[in-house]
Design a protein around this ligand. Structure first.
Ligand SMILES: [Zn+2]
Length: 97
């Protein structure tokens, strides 16, 4: 059994975590998390635990999330983010791990 813990980074109202058009980072992160969870659930022997508040209303502190993942015995913790960089739209892309 492989245990994968996921979180969508911040809460929906966490200050500063939004696009130049005021779209919240949590919204981007949550969509990626849901797609990841759906894809991972296609595999046998994979368990998924969501560490953040799935409504986004509460910004669960990092230590709380990591403690929960460790207590559960997670093999991996993936905290999903979309970086704002300069706070302005730009042509940056790619993944950061
Ligand atoms: Zn973030």
């Amino acid at each position: 059994m492989v245990k994968i813990a996921l979180d969508a980074g911040h809460g929906i109202n966490t200050p500063g975590k939004r696009s130049p058009d005021d779209e919240r980072e949590w919204s981007f992160n949550n969509n990626v998390l849901l797609a990841c969870a759906t894809a991972l659930q296609q595999y046998e022997g994979v368990q998924i635990l969501r560490l953040d508040d799935p409504t986004g209303k509460t910004d669960v502190p990092l230590k709380t999330r990591t403690d929960k993942a460790n207590k559960w015995g997670a093999d991996a913790l993936v905290s999903i983010h979309h970086n704002a960089l300069t706070g302005k739209w730009h042509s940056g892309g790619g993944a950061e791990t």
